[in-house]
Design a protein around this ligand. Structure first.
Ligand code: PSU
Ligand code: MN
Length: 312
């Protein structure tokens, strides 16, 4: 069986994304874990729709990626977003490891950064916007809890735009890991690596770049050199929406200690921490979260447009 026949049995590409890919237009991938496990209903669906609209406003085509009844969907309609976000059915959190099971069992799945990168890459989508990526957990030097997102960045040719990494994680070790695996960390108009809810983390980016065109040029250069793997574009939350550092630090500290005393393990750790931080800071963190993802979607679209102008 040809590779394409094989894939077409699993992949459903929506019409607008298919047309954009055929016409070699800029496409931006979006993940779905943020919809199913990252935000409450109905803010999650509203945000998913607003991200898509912002990407269109910037001249690119959005492709939200998820698994529905075991099919890989690239580009979702509003009914499909509703299934992922309304909390009524079971939607698994799907990273690289989970893909074959959820597809083979014809289940619904929300894709993490790692799984979204894999599926974007299948179709040649090179730019992806998210909120925050997974990383090395605090204590990860003992537990070995390191998100599969980092290995995917090491191997898969997609530029991921995020607002940095939440300080539920060990940010300096996350950056060390990325360095070891050759993943460039670019700061968009910043020298400081951002910590999701706040613009500063105390760690530096590798290279600050000031325009989407400059970022697109680095992507092209990296891949033309045969240096496979992703790039992490760290885009700080806009100043007006930044959270108070003490408020967020206190909530994270409490969430981490509850996680340990409840004995939460494995893939449940990140969703537990995210949802506890959200509860402990009430609406504040949700509002910041929405604003920073929107900011990332706009930048990702600008990078995708710039990239498409310089590739043949
Ligand atoms: N960090 C966030 N928000 C998120 C996630 C991480 O600030 O929504 C989600 C993303 O989908 C990410 C995943 O890819 O959690 C990482 O999970 P794990 O640590 O289990 O690999
Ligand atoms: Mn983990």
């Amino acid at each position: 069986m040809q590779e394409n026949d094989f894939l077409s049995a699993f992949v459903i590409v929506c019409k607008k994304v298919e047309e954009a890919l055929e016409a070699n237009q800029a496409v931006v991938a979006l993940e779905s874990t943020i919809i199913s496990h990252g935000m409450p209903y109905p803010n999650n669906i509203e945000t998913a729709i607003s991200l898509e609209n912002m990407i269109r406003e910037e001249g690119a085509v959005p492709a939200t990626i998820a698994l529905l009844n075991g099919k890989i969907h690239i580009g979702l309609n509003e009914d499909e977003l509703e299934i992922l976000g309304n909390g009524k059915g079971n939607v698994c959190k799907v990273s690289r490891r989970d893909l074959p099971f959820v597809i083979s069992k014809k289940m619904n799945g929300a894709t993490t950064v790692a799984a979204t990168m894999i599926l974007a890459d299948l179709l040649g989508i090179r730019v992806f916007a998210t909120g925050g990526i997974g990383g090395v957990h605090r204590g990860g030097e003992v537990t070995m809890d390191v998100s599969a997102d980092l290995q995917e960045l090491a191997n898969t040719n997609v530029a991921v735009v995020s607002a940095g990494v939440k300080s539920i994680l060990d940010i300096p070790r996350t950056l060390e890991y990325l360095e070891t695996f050759g993943v460039p960390v670019i700061g968009y108009q910043t020298e400081e690596f951002p910590a999701f809810y706040t613009r500063k983390s105390g760690s530096k980016v590798d290279y600050p770049l000031h325009t989407p065109e400059a970022i697109a040029d680095v992507m092209k250069t990296k891949w033309n050199l045969g240096l496979d793997g992703g790039l992490l574009v760290a885009n700080p939350i806009p100043e007006p929406f930044e959270m108070n550092k003490d408020e967020i630090d206190t909530a994270i500290k409490q969430a981490l200690s509850e996680c340990e005393s409840l004995g939460i393990l494995g893939k449940e750790i990140t969703p537990f921490l995210l949802s506890r931080v959200k509860e402990l800071t009430q609406g504040n963190s949700l509002f910041s979260n929405i604003k920073l993802v929107e900011n990332n979607a706009r930048l990702a679209a600008k990078i995708a447009v710039a990239y498409h102008e310089i590739i043949p």
